[in-house]
Design a protein around this ligand. Sequence first.
Ligand SMILES: C[S@@+](CC[C@H](N)C(=O)[O-])C[C@H]1O[C@@H](n2cnc3c(N)ncnc32)[C@H](O)[C@@H]1O
Length: 287
Amino acid sequence: MYRQLTADPSAERHRRAYSDRPGGYTFRLDDAELSRFRAMAENAQRHEDRLWSRAGIGAGAAVIDLGCGPGALLPVLARRVGPTGSITAVDADPVACAAARHVATELGTSTEVVCADATDTDLAPGRADVIMCRNVLVHNGARAGALLSHAAALLRDGGHLVSAEPDVDGLDFGAARAEREYDRRWAALMRADGNDPALGRGDRLADLLRRQGWRVVDQLCWTDALVIDRSPAWAAADAIVGRGFATAAELADWQQALERRRAAGPLRCSLTMTAVLAVPPGGSQSR
Ligand SMILES: C[S@@+](CC[C@H](N)C(=O)[O-])C[C@H]1O[C@@H](n2cnc3c(N)ncnc32)[C@H](O)[C@@H]1O
């Protein structure tokens, strides 16, 4: 699937313009990433059902998935909003948009995929009952405020935001030492870009929203037990080495450790997520 998506050279050129800059999104989409996103999306709806229901993610709702990535959440959202609901999926990465479009064709819900920056989408204001934004603010550091004020404009009066972010600092790989070390460099790169890798820890996400004037209505924290092929940090390998947070020799060492560990079976790791239900500044009372 990933090879099909990157076969279009113009999509790859746009992706590079989007992500090959300090502060840009550092992950490369590939099959390992696609399966991780899908597993996380299925787990999310199980753990966050209370928040999603309070937000109004049910039959007939108009939902925007801001920073939709490869569209892992779309089948889950489509199951909830059904044929009378609608989904608008937004991402700045053309390769992610191509993957999301591919997913959208198989859904029985009206789904539009828009390739745009989440801080300025050109979508009509007030069109959404709910904005879902997950694993996105953690990559947006200084731009989080602009993203949240645009999200507020896209919500109808009485609409809700469901925001969920990981605690990347707390990723636990058990005995896989190379993965742990690699992850430490990734977290350092995130910090250098002005991101908080522990955004999904404690009250940090809720505090970020409150600082931007949002009212936090509900919040929960859960731990995702993932069985994955490799640490998510591998998706940021180009940026980690390209920007000097690890040497090519270190990467080669970690690659060998990865191959040895792979031979022993998949990697089990735990990742803590915090999900927050919020209403925008000046928004009316939530249900
Ligand atoms: C880690 S993925 C998460 C995808 C999806 N939300 C999920 O949880 O499965 C983050 C996605 O957000 C997108 N993204 C990050 N910042 C963005 C921005 N400012 N505008 C549009 N997309 C953005 C990235 O391109 C990437 O596809």
